[in-house]
Design a protein around this ligand. Sequence first.
Ligand code: ADP
Ligand code: ADP
Length: 222
Amino acid sequence: MLQLTNIEKVYQTKTIETVALNQVNLTINRGEFVSIMGPSGCGKSTLLSLMGLLDEPSSGTIEVDGRAVTSFSDKELANLRNLKIGFVFQSYHLINDLSVVDNVEVPLLYRKGMSGKERRQRALTALDKVGLSARTAHFPGQLSGGQRQRVAIARALAGGPEIILADEPTGNLDSVMGEEIMELLMDLNRRDGVTVVMVTHDEQQALKTERVIRFFDGSQVS
Ligand code: ADP
Ligand code: ADP
């Protein structure tokens, strides 16, 4: 579903040039659960933001379902992101003064023609899926880290994504809560067929996934 060919990403500031990714070739197949490992600064987040169509490579091509991303208009790209991709971050990125259910509805606000009623229904269904039906009226500050991450996963799920891109989703959690989140992602992959690409520092977690891709200094090493 996602194909990256000869990808290079260079960050250019006034004084320094950083090669974040160097000649990366990578295919993500539909239904896979892939983990990405490597030391800090090796390009993992950059890779995820390219896969999420949040940023463009300096050179190389990204294809979605066989179609080059450069052939999409900005509007098509925004639609693709909104309809097909769910993002999960290490630090949750929830809005603290919105309730749990309102947070989950946020990405649906960009769906043209979706009624408030349908938004709410979808958000509640997603929260049910992550086991948070009893916390829909709470605020993020009233939840544990693991619960906050489950809200973030529900937010990613609400739009019915084909792929979830998770950047160290368990990085701020203790091992028990981390394990819970990992189980949840594996469940979504197995039961609902959602493709998952996860950056992790946890070798044990990575070994549970179908494929481990290792990076070092901007290049894939295995
Ligand atoms: P990782 O996620 O593996 O820690 P990143 O993808 O965040 O690595 O970063 C890869 C390299 O690119 C690092 O050297 C980092 O400093 C650099 N980098 C990342 N984002 C930017 C940016 N917006 N501007 C300049 N350099 C960046
Ligand atoms: P951190 O490791 O600092 O907690 P995250 O894992 O939350 O960072 O985020 C990973 C990367 O994604 C960061 O480089 C950040 O700039 C980027 N990012 C964070 N939030 C968003 C967002 N809402 N949309 C796009 N990119 C984001």
